[in-house]
Design a protein around this ligand. Sequence first.
Ligand code: GDP
Ligand code: MG
Length: 444
Amino acid sequence: MFEGLSEKLSGIFDQLTRRGALSEDDVNAAMREVRRALLEADVALDVARTFIDKAKERAIGAEVLKSIKPGQMVVKIVNDVLIETLGSDADPIDLNAAPPVAIMMVGLQGAGKTTTTAKIAKRLTERFKKRVLMASLDVKRPAAQEQLAVLGRQVNVDTLPIIAGQTPVQIARRAEEAARLQGYDVVMFDTAGRTHIDEPLMAEMAEIKAAAKPHEILLVADALTGQDAVNLAKSFDERVGVTGIVLTRVDGDGRGGAALSMRAVTGKPIKLIGLGEKMDALDDFHPQRIANRILGMGDIVALVEKAAENIDAEQAAKVAEKMRKGKFDLQDMADQLAMAEKMGGLGGIMGLLPGVAKLKDAMANAKIDDNMIKRQRAIILSMTPEERRTPDILKASRKKRIAAGAGTTVELVNRLLKQHRQTADMMKAMGGGPKRGPMAQMAQ
Ligand code: GDP
Ligand code: MG
């Protein structure tokens, strides 16, 4: 699900992660792309705008960790804001009230209210060992009450016996009384919908609410709702007051905008998602998981966090300063190699980056791998501090000793020295300092 937005952002951030330091303009450019992607994912206009403003504000003011690229920091910030907007944790159905705890389901016709009622009842029965009674208050559609009864038999949950000719409010009262007298833990009210929001529907919902006194009012909404999501959620929330949202047909949703829109507009948690017609096709809503899918860019957020954990920012700053001055000596190179190793080696770093296949090939062609990093560090560590600062003083005899000390050959010592010289020259030539991270330079 959510491939649409996922692909878009993945394309954008693929570019960002391959670029060097980002200016404020770059952040703005990135956010323009994020905005376009959100709109294509059918996120409501206002929601997209607010989201971008928040992310932009955070990005421009943020301290970028020295060890990572600004582009990665932008990615992290967009991800953080997305999770915050979606809700920071899975929010379960609240049963913290005197039994029978009443749950009322509201939503448009065909949204999946009846199906979801039965799915939730099944889950509460099986997973939480609750005794649940379901009642259909849908007297509009012929056979609507029978539909719930059929599902009830399917999931082994009791339904209120059907009495013809009662109003929704009468059924609600009867259900509450039956649940109370018969010691049910939970009573669920499945309501009627309309094809669109109108006054009679809202009036009916308000009346039922007054009679049923629900502890939870769950808005059941189709994930494919798109731009209408905002109006839908707003209307129900303003008129009836919802405590949570259940998003259905997430199995068929290629865009994912509704989740973001409804959550942002109502501030109410998305509690569950429907993933199919079957009775067990119901899942907790996990913001992080969904955000990862929406952003769809490998686990770049984990990379950023890992970098923050492992890398001594002070040291990184020192090395960067030396690079800027064109004084990149072998000790600095050893420090860089140590950083790379700390981050789980090339494999660890590469595995976290999206779209790295090409870069990996380049590394392989340059014969740079984890063993190479270890060997290069060993060579540098076999040198004296003076030799690390001024490698030009190295004579053939010393190279031989160093090679022996590092368990390698003079040829590899020479190759390392050459690589260091090229890197140092390149940095000097760039004057303003390195425009690309150490990994990219090594790949050359
Ligand atoms: P109601 O009018 O709101 O009560 O909607 P129903 O519960 O009768 O559902 C309408 C149709 O949507 C039925 O065919 C359900 O099987 C289907 N449906 C409900 N939830 C989901 C879902 O999460 N995924 C899919 N693919 N279909 C669903
Ligand atoms: Mg129904």
